[in-house]
Design a protein around this ligand. Structure first.
Ligand code: PMP
Length: 458
């Protein structure tokens, strides 16, 4: 049993905490989580919290799955580690690669394993550049990404990412990575229908390709729904048009499914309809129980990298780690046996849409939208029927952060991206738990409204 008292008294100053916003949340140090069960967490002060963020978009099957810990334990006892460098591998890695190829869209017959989503996107950068080298186009190394996207924290991952205040620090992006605007209808779609705006936002890709030079562009990367950037759901017209533009110039398309993979949007892989060439995965593959990531490699790239004359010398110590792969196999079994993907598509997803969407009647909420099991709402100063006429708060006031603190204290974890509040709950949620979550959100919104009024911001 964890000695929670000792943890509580520890000096948080020793832990280089990656994000220091606990100060903004009015806390002295980060909150220490000590236990999880189903969709709930308990902290070291004994508070029970509903996890609206699935850890960090990870815990699809919920906490406390003993069959995953058992699989991990058994693999630890049998073979805790072996590398994939000496022309070697291990049983869970081979099985998982086969399983993932079955689950992946047609034509994805190869898997490259990494330890995280960031490493997987680094791998993507190396793969697409090597692909063009081997094709005889050594100049074709530029990768186009989007502002406000998140693709990881390594040098390449952070360079691909486009979140202001984060991804331009320390001389990033590295050379050869450029960005276009995100398909954010709420911010940029004024005067257009969503579908018109989707085509407009996709046209920014073509403009960038022409600016850089089509013979220099290797690939375009994007999350099917931008997650960390604030659950930005693109109009339906966007992705098919992006695919068409990539095809026109022969450019590879990378779908970063670190958040959206394994059922979160009601499909095993959300990008399936628009046929990417490479798919990044992590998080949901193990429900976060142990670290694992990777790239699903479609035949166009695989045939060149590992076909005749191909070579791609790349790998990590922990690529295909047997314990991580054993956890993933059991996690995927649970997702499949419990029909979680279908439930999100046909049952709990539509239920969440209805329940979460109803929050749009709150005085502080401008819009509240969902896509599968991700959702976001915009906090506004003044509502209007047309979203483009809604009045925002001055971003400097930090209303989103204030709201996040109320969520936390009310007993639900919800993330703030500016004044957009987002959730990505565990896929195992029942209707009753969705109702409970939405009621907690409403209560915290009421408290936020009270405080915003008290401060004279309304
Ligand atoms: N891509 C996306 C879309 C992500 O959301 C994340 C993590 N939030 C990453 C990549 C990076 O994954 P990791 O933190 O495992 O390196």
């Amino acid at each position: 049993m964890t000695d929670t008292k000792t943890i509580q008294q520890q000096d948080h100053a020793h832990y280089l905490h990656p994000f220091t916003d606990h100060q903004a949340l009015g806390r002295k140090g980060a909150r220490v989580m000590v236990r999880g069960e189903g969709i709930y967490l308990w902290d070291s002060e004994g508070n029970k919290i509903l996890d609206g963020m699935s850890g960090l978009w990870c815990v699809a099957v919920g906490y406390g799955r003993t069959s995953i810990s058992k699989a991990v334990y058994e693999q630890m006892e049998t073979l805790p580690f072996y590398n994939s460098f000496f022309n070697t591998t291990n049983v869970p890695a081979v099985r998982l690669a086969a399983r993932l190829s079955q689950l992946a869209p047609e034509g994805f017959n190869h898997v490259f394993f990494t330890g995280s989503g960031s490493e997987a996107n680094d791998t993507n950068v190396r793969m697409v550049r090597r692909y063009w080298d081997l094709m005889g186009f050594k100049e074709r190394h530029v990768i186009i990404s989007r502002h406000n996207s998140y693709h990881g924290s390594t040098m390449a991952g952070a360079s691909l990412g486009g979140m202001s205040g984060m991804h331009e620090q320390g001389g990033l992006p590295i050379p050869g990575i450029v960005h276009i605007g995100q398909p954010n209808y709420y911010d940029d779609g004024v005067g257009l229908t969503p579908d018109e705006f989707g085509l407009r936002a996709a046209s920014w890709l073509e403009a960038k390709i022409l600016e850089v030079g089509p013979d220099k562009v290797a690939a375009f990367i994007g999350e099917p729904v931008q997650g960390a950037g604030g659950v930005i759901i693109p109009p339906d017209s966007y992705w098919p048009e992006i695919r068409r533009i990539c095809d026109k110039y022969g450019i590879l398309l990378i779908a970063d499914e670190v958040i959206t993979g394994f059922g979160r949007l009601g499909r095993w892989f959300a990008s399936e309809p628009y046929k990417p060439d490479l798919i990044t995965f992590a998080k949901g593959v193990t429900s976060g129980y142990v670290p694992l990531g990777g790239v699903l490699v479609g035949s166009r790239v695989a045939d060149v990298l590992i076909g005749q004359g191909g070579d791609f010398n790349h790998g990590f110590t922990y690529s295909g780690h047997p314990v991580a792969c054993a956890a993933a196999l059991e996690n995927l079994r649970i997702i499949e046996d419990e029909g979680l993907v279908e439930r999100v598509a046909n049952d709990t997803g539509p239920y969440l849409k209805h329940a979460f969407g109803a929050l749009a009647d709150h005085a502080l909420v401008g819009t509240a939208e969902t896509c599968g099991f991700v959702a976001g709402l915009n906090l506004v100063k003044r509502k209007a029927e047309n979203v483009h006429y809604q009045v925002r708060f001055d971003p400097a006031l930090g209303v989103g952060m204030l709201c996040r603190a109320h969520m936390f204290n009310t007993g639900i974890i919800m993330r703030a991206v500016g004044d957009r509040m987002i959730i990505a709950p565990p896929l195992v949620m029942t209707h009753a738990q969705i109702d409970e979550m939405v009621a907690l959100i409403r209560r915290a919104l009421d408290l936020t409204l009270e405080e915003v009024r008290g401060r004279g911001w309304l």
